[in-house]
Design a protein around this ligand. Structure first.
Ligand SMILES: [Zn+2]
Length: 166
């Protein structure tokens, strides 16, 4: 009798841990399974960074920005992306108990490095990792990005690409 109860208990505990870890991304997997354009809307090139919001104040606080262009221009984003990034910062803080920060390697791109249809052109997409650049954390980070409200999330080999609607 007690043995059976113990088995049931173990079974329940097992289910619980399985659920907690059930979100996993494989490399090149994106969610939802529809295209990014369908999920986040088509990209319109934004030549004018002034229309975007600055993440500058977060460069050295909760978010680590990779200064690819020597200033904070990479950190410009739309209002919606800014809001979603701040939500993700909270979730990262909870997940890794303040030990890890969000690292953004690319947001708005004014150097036309991306394709014509990239949402980076419009400041609606971000390429992200954790600040320790641990690729083993990327699947979890992609799951947190979904939970934060990004409308389309893809796990690339060395970063997560995530976008929001306009
Ligand atoms: Zn990207």
């Amino acid at each position: 009798m007690f043995k059976n109860l113990a088995y049931i208990l173990l079974f329940c505990l097992d289910l619980k841990s399985a659920n907690a870890d059930s979100c996993k991304f494989n490399i090149n997997e994106h969610r939802p399974s529809i295209s990014e354009v369908e999920a986040s809307g088509i990209s319109v090139r934004s030549e004018d960074g002034n229309a975007l919001e600055d993440l500058f104040n977060y460069c050295s606080n909760d978010v680590v920005i990779k200064f690819e262009e020597g200033d904070c221009s990479d950190s410009k984003v739309t209002k919606n992306l800014k809001k979603t990034i701040f939500k993700l910062v909270e979730l990262i803080d909870q997940e890794w108990e303040g030990e890890r920060k969000l690292r953004i390697t690319e947001a708005w791109d004014n150097n036309a490095e991306h394709t014509k249809y990239s949402l980076h052109n419009e400041g609606r997409a971000a390429d992200i990792t954790t600040d320790d650049r641990d690729t083993k954390k990327l699947s979890k980070l992609a799951c947190l990005a979904m939970a934060a409200g990004f409308s389309w999330v893809k796990l690339e080999k060395d970063h997560v690409h995530a976008s929001v609607p306009r």
